[in-house]
Design a protein around this ligand. Structure first.
Ligand code: NAP
Length: 307
């Protein structure tokens, strides 16, 4: 076997699992297709991770997590996993031009933004349509922007975008934000933010760049057009769980079902972080999942190797 444990994904869940596994002297690799950090890298400021009372940037937090895991000797490799299959004992993963074998796997692949699914969205990606305020916000100095959604991401990122834009409309399909009260209040108190309640986006329009969003009030059916320079969409997450389609049960959106010890129905396959079906998706809960998954994997491997 090449490794005792392979962790797929180097966000907070994967990095924490790596730290715990390496500290328990399990031969571990974390495979990450882009760079360590996951979705936290798209977060400008993290205000609710314990131990950092002043808050810190998403980049700084994951950099500390990476350094911490590496201090205990975990290997982090840049590699995309194209398939994961169970063997008699353990698992085989296919990477580009290479097969890797392991006794146990922790899937910590996270989730990606759900597309809005309206006309013009795909056409204007990179030309006014974005899913990452920290990446693209600075391009919109003195602009007028539309943010779509009403959850924590939409409301927090709308507040962040007011650093650059003169006006940020939050277009939400209901008349109350889903975001936690504290974040919602900060947005409602911000005089650069205008909520547009009970409204959905039907079309994103423009020539070279986004110039307008076509809206519809869901209560009255009344259409309207709002002139904007950009559209930032935050309408939820799609889990990156395709690798375990045949190995684990998933809910109707695709989040993976586990028991409370992060086990799936396949012995030796554990799942941690945002890709898992759970109540609360936070950095702190991802970290907890990662620690639990590593500990459960350690027990699994001890039994496997004692056979
Ligand atoms: P979310 O909580 O699932 O919210 C998605 C929002 O988009 C909801 O308001 C939903 O409306 C709306 N929506 C969904 N589909 C839509 C559509 N087709 N058209 C228009 N609107 C649509 O997603 P999220 O905000 O990305 O957050 C994901 C997870 O990360 C959550 O668990 C969240 O708590 C967590 N998170 C936490 C923080 C933090 O703690 N600081 C920051 C960011 C994210 P309805 O409300 O009507 O369903």
């Amino acid at each position: 076997m090449d490794y005792e444990l392979v962790i797929i994904g180097a966000g907070p869940a994967g990095l924490t699992a790596g730290l715990y596994a390496a500290r328990a002297e399990i031969k571990t690799v974390i495979l990450e297709k882009i760079s360590p950090g996951g979705q936290v890298l798209n977060t400008d400021w993290v205000d609710n991770y314990p131990g950092f009372p002043e808050g810190l940037s998403g980049f700084d937090l994951v950099d500390k997590m990476r350094a911490h895991a590496e201090r205990f000797g975990v290997e982090i490799r840049s590699a995309e996993v194209s398939s994961l299959a169970g063997r008699d004992t353990g698992f085989e993963l296919a990477l580009a031009g290479e097969k890797v074998t392991t006794g146990a796997v922790i899937l910590a692949t996270g989730a990606h933004p759900r597309p809005l699914g309206v006309e013009g969205e795909a056409e204007f990606i990179g030309r006014g349509v974005s899913y990452c305020a920290t990446c693209d916000g600075p391009f919109y100095k003195n602009a007028t922007l539309a943010v779509v959604g009403g959850g924590d991401s939409a409301v927090e990122e709308a507040i962040y975008l007011t650093r650059f834009a003169d006006r940020v409309y939050i277009i939400h399909r209901r008349d109350k934000f889903r975001a936690v009260e504290f974040i919602a209040k900060r947005a409602l108190d911000n005089d650069k933010i205008t909520p547009v309640w009970d409204t959905v986006v039907e079309k994103i329009a423009g020539r070279e760049q986004v110039e307008a969003v076509h809206l519809k009030n869901v209560k009255t059916g009344e259409p309207s057009v709002l002139e904007v320079n950009g559209v930032f969409s935050f309408v939820g997450l799609i889990p990156d769980s395709e690798l375990v389609v045949d190995l684990a049960d998933r809910d109707d959106i695709g989040f993976v079902l586990t028991d409370e010890d992060m086990r799936t129905r396949t012995p030796g396959l554990f799942v941690a972080g945002d890709v898992r079906h759970k109540l609360l998706r936070q950095i702190s809960t991802a970290v907890g999942d990662g620690a639990t998954a590593a500990f459960a994997a350690q027990h699994y491997l001890e039994n496997l190797l004692a056979r």
